[in-house]
Design a protein around this ligand. Structure first.
Ligand SMILES: [Zn+2]
Length: 266
């Protein structure tokens, strides 16, 4: 075995080969996505599809892993920063640095074995879940919020959406009301507060779910996951809504056009 990975051989004899051949997609390379990318590179993931249209600016420097002061001065594309970081760790990695929203390159999205959703907003999450379900790709979504109030409070979540299993709607993560509220608020709010440490917790947990799915090291692999992060109490717990959804059959992707890859040719 490559000595770079000798300390993680407990993950299983085949696991490093699985990582090497896997392609991980990351939609959004902000505080969460950049953190996920770094961990996947250290794990030995061999192929990446990175999606983000934006450039590094000074307000990104409080949390974007791999971004430097010079990147903010020159306005380096986020995908270039993440590609540089990944290749610095593993020069053999193949990186598709797609400087656009994921919707503009569905072929690359469909080539992924797992997608990490690191986007803001319920509507954008719902869209990504639809595309992942259609292409039968597991989606691991992370997100955090700082709630204004006196005092401020922080919350977050990690949610796994597996094709055929309960979806974001089933587990109560995205409800129609959330989408409606978001539509009404659109354009009102300024940039939301974001900080580095909750992103680190959530990104690490998302990578943990991925490793449990793709390697045999751990017996706990429920196939679905919904973990809530209490950033005030600094705890991460299974969301109780998951227990309700566990025996539920998803009815939100029933139409024939919702299932399967319309571009697939036998
Ligand atoms: Zn559902």
């Amino acid at each position: 075995m490559d000595s770079r990975f000798s300390r993680q051989s407990f993950l299983g004899e085949q696991s490093q080969g699985v990582f090497q051949t896997a392609r991980a997609g990351i939609a959004g390379l902000g505080g969460g996505g950049s953190h996920v990318a770094q961990q996947l590179a250290y794990l030995g993931i061999g192929h990446f599809a990175l999606f983000d249209p934006d450039y590094i600016e000074f307000p990104n420097l409080n949390r974007t892993v791999g971004a430097t002061f010079a990147d903010a001065v020159s306005g380096t594309p986020k995908v270039a920063v993440t590609e540089r970081m990944v290749k610095g760790i593993n020069p053999y990695a193949e990186v598709w640095a797609i400087q656009a929203e994921w919707q503009s390159d569905l072929a690359s999205l469909r080539a992924c074995d797992v997608i990490f959703g690191c986007l803001d907003g319920f509507g954008r999450r719902r869209q990504l879940e639809e595309s992942c379900r259609r292409a039968m790709i597991p989606l691991i979504d992370i997100g955090m919020d700082v709630h204004r109030g006196d005092p401020y409070s922080i919350s977050g979540q990690v949610v796994l959406s597996m094709p055929g299993e309960p979806c974001f709607n089933c587990v109560g993560f995205i409800r129609e009301k959330d989408l409606d509220d978001e539509g009404r608020r659109y354009g009102e709010a300024g940039a939301n507060p974001q900080v580095v440490w909750p992103n680190g917790v959530l990104a690490s947990t998302a990578v943990g779910i991925f490793v449990q799915m793709f390697t045999p090291w751990c017996r706990i692999n429920s196939g679905i996951g919904f973990l809530g992060y209490d950033g005030d109490g600094l705890t991460l717990e299974r969301d109780s809504r998951l227990t309700v959804a566990r025996n539920m059959e998803c009815v939100h992707f029933e139409a024939i056009s919702d299932v399967g890859d319309p571009f697939w040719k036998p």
